[in-house]
Design a protein around this ligand. Structure first.
Ligand SMILES: [Zn+2]
Length: 59
């Protein structure tokens, strides 16, 4: 049975990727107010383990 090589044409895949939702995520960074390391916003700081002034990760 003949089968298409791919589900979507390369053009269609690329067009799809130009749409915002499919764009590669731009890494947004904000500064941790405690240790001033760059961290992802709304995430626990990977350096000091604090979020919103509270220790979240017990060391
Ligand atoms: Zn921190």
């Amino acid at each position: 049975m003949p089968n298409p090589k791919r589900k979507f044409s390369r053009s269609r895949t690329r067009k799809k990727r130009t749409h915002d939702r499919h764009k590669l995520a731009v890494l947004h960074l904000s500064e941790c107010p405690r240790c001033h390391q760059r961290r992802r916003p709304h995430r626990v700081c990977g350096n000091c383990g604090y979020y919103d002034g509270e220790p979240v990760i017990k060391l």
